[in-house]
Design a protein around this ligand. Structure first.
Ligand SMILES: *[C@@H]1O[C@H](CO)[C@@H](O)[C@H](O)[C@H]1NC(C)=O
Ligand SMILES: *[C@@H]1O[C@H](CO)[C@@H](O)[C@H](O)[C@H]1NC(C)=O
Ligand SMILES: *[C@@H]1O[C@H](CO)[C@@H](O)[C@H](O)[C@H]1NC(C)=O
Ligand SMILES: *[C@@H]1O[C@H](CO)[C@@H](O)[C@H](O)[C@H]1NC(C)=O
Length: 269
């Protein structure tokens, strides 16, 4: 009798244990990295600010480096709560972070909140890779990888330069980046009530940091359209025609033709 009870107890225990262990392992599964960069003046459109670019920022800036999984087209998130963001660890990097990894939300008083978000959500998921393990190491490596890219230069080689008067075809932007790096990016746009702006370019890397094609199915945070509309109310203004390329693929929230790539002229303190 006693032995049977123990057996029952053990089986129940196993039942509850196994799925937990499995879930933990699955959550950490990833096989490539997405380096996402913002075009600052388009970020102001996103935040509905006319001027949101900090001084000294004249270039593409870092959004984040995201462990991602080809098989599931997903990104693991918030992988280890016991590793929550600790500003003191990256304090020595502050001057570089302000320049190359700024947060454009003017109504947020906390300049560290993008870093906290990126670390908690994505950085903690890169733990399995020694070259990205730990907060200081992760931020240092992301800055290093960012400096090895030069999107403004890559686009300029195809005569795609920031302009207040000329719009660019989204396919030309894709082809320019694709031909310079030899791998396909994912490009995303923001849209106000009528205009479209080049918002982000994602470049992808293997775990050893050699270049990789971005997965065309990569979805922006794998969010549903409903969730995206809530996060970005202006999406509600899009017409059906403008949504042609919305479903992940090479473009996210981009129109099929022309977008603005406006100069960074605005400054706030
Ligand atoms: C989570 O983080 C803690 C503290 O850094 C570490 O000791 C532990 O090994 C991590 N767990 C996993 C599953 O990565
Ligand atoms: C900007 O920051 C404010 C204050 O923290 C926050 O309430 C708001 O949601 C942020 N905006 C976006 C679009 O994330
Ligand atoms: C923009 O940043 C990249 C990466 O650090 C760098 O190679 C490039 O020279 C910068 N261009 C300008 C115009 O600041
Ligand atoms: C980097 O990783 C990829 C994918 O695993 C592999 O094909 C490639 O040979 C590796 N390159 C180097 C230099 O290790």
């Amino acid at each position: 009798m006693a032995r049977n009870l123990i057996t029952v107890f053990l089986s129940l225990h196993m039942c509850f244990q196994l799925p937990t262990l499995k879930a933990l392992v699955q959550e950490e599964e990833w096989d490539y990295l997405v380096l996402a960069q913002f075009w600052p003046s388009s970020s102001c459109v996103y935040f509905k600010e006319s001027d949101c670019v900090p001084p000294q920022v004249h270039n593409w800036t870092i959004h984040g480096l995201w462990p991602s999984d080809r098989a599931t087209s997903k990104q693991p998130e918030n992988c280890n709560k016991s590793m929550n963001f600790n500003y003191d660890e990256i304090k020595p990097l502050r001057p570089d972070l302000d320049l190359y990894w700024p947060y454009f939300n003017k109504s947020s008083k906390d300049r560290t909140s993008l870093w906290a978000h990126e670390w908690d959500k994505h950085g903690t998921c890169a733990y399995s890779l020694p070259t990205l393990r730990g907060e200081f190491v992760y931020f240092t490596q992301v800055l290093k990888l960012y400096h090895q890219q030069d999107l403004i230069g890559a686009l300029a080689k195809a005569n795609i330069v920031p302009s207040d008067s000329k719009q660019y075809n989204i396919n030309d932007i894709f082809n320019a980046v694709n031909s310079i790096y030899g791998t396909s990016p994912v490009i995303s746009c923001v849209t106000d009530t009528k205009e479209h702006y080049l918002a982000e370019i994602w470049l992808c890397f293997e775990k050893n940091l050699t270049r990789a094609d971005c997965e065309e199915s990569a979805q922006y945070h794998v969010a549903s359209d409903q969730h995206r509309a809530e996060r970005r109310p202006y999406l509600k203004f899009r017409s059906e025609k403008e949504q042609v390329v919305t479903k992940g693929k090479k473009f996210v929230d981009c129109p099929s033709d022309l977008v603005w790539y406006k100069p960074i002229t605005t400054i706030y303190l």
